[in-house]
Write a protein that binds this ligand. Structure first.
Ligand code: GRF
Length: 237
């Protein structure tokens, strides 16, 4: 654990189940981050009530109150400053962020996407994975860059696509994995074990190499705790 837990704000637009997974993980005293606030661009986001019930301060920055994307993002940035956020986790935040905002937070802002990037950027990922006949599907946590769903990958986790899968069954299997992967990836970031350098993610600081950095970084606790062959075969990084 680091000496000081990093302050992480979560941006949501809806259900907020990934946000809830991060809040739950951060309740563990050894977790390297605390969730210092939640910002929603949608007054109706169900996740707001979940955050409030967990005692996490929330701020709604509604799109309709701002003339354009940049003005909206400036207000979000002000909300993040109010929370004294050091890092930002997008969790189902459904609006593309403006380039100046992304540049300001680059290397300190991550997103979870319900597909194995770089496949299936954008929406309807589960439908498209089924239509493409994928045998494996999954989720990705990546650094946010100005282009949508395009930044350096921090961590991925995969599930098999079953022959009788529907969009819903596949989505729910992936979502379960998202809730495990996102806290792991955020911990890597806040512990300084994953950082963005140029167009790449660098895992583990140099000092860790002596202690077998690859193994250290690549076997997160939950993967080794669930020692089924399927999980071990399909969980990355
Ligand atoms: C998740 O599938 C996430 O990967 C994507 O949007 C969805 C948000 O779900 N970016 P929730 O709001 O976290 O429940």
């Amino acid at each position: 654990m680091t000496d000081k837990r990093k302050r992480v704000a979560v941006l949501i637009s809806g259900r907020g189940s990934n946000m809830a997974a991060l809040i739950a993980a951060a309740k563990e005293p050894a977790y390297p981050a605390e969730i210092c606030g939640v910002v929603s661009d949608n007054t109706e986001a169900a996740g707001l009530a979940v955050a409030a019930a967990n005692g996490v301060p929330c701020k709604v920055v509604a799109r309709r109150d701002f003339a354009d994307r940049q003005a909206h993002d400036s207000a979000i940035d002000a909300a993040l400053a109010g929370f004294k956020a050091e890092f930002v986790a997008l969790a189902g935040y459904m609006r593309l962020l403006s380039a100046p905002f992304v540049r300001k937070w680059q290397g300190r802002m991550i997103n979870i996407h319900p597909a194995l990037l770089p496949s299936f950027k954008g929406l309807d990922t589960h439908r498209r994975a089924l239509d493409a006949g994928c045998r494996i599907h999954g989720c990705t946590v990546h650094f946010v860059t100005p282009e949508m769903d395009d930044g350096p990958i921090i961590a991925q986790a995969a599930v098999p696509v079953l022959t009788d899968d529907t969009e819903e069954s596949l989505a729910s299997r992936v979502l379960k994995l998202e809730h495990k992967l996102y806290p792991v990836a955020l911990a890597l970031l806040c512990d300084g074990k994953a950082r963005m350098e140029g167009d790449c993610t660098v895992l583990a600081p140099a000092g860790l190499q002596e202690r077998n950095a690859a193994q250290f970084v690549m076997a997160p606790e939950f993967a080794s705790a669930e020692r089924s062959l399927e999980d071990l075969a399909r969980f990355t990084p």
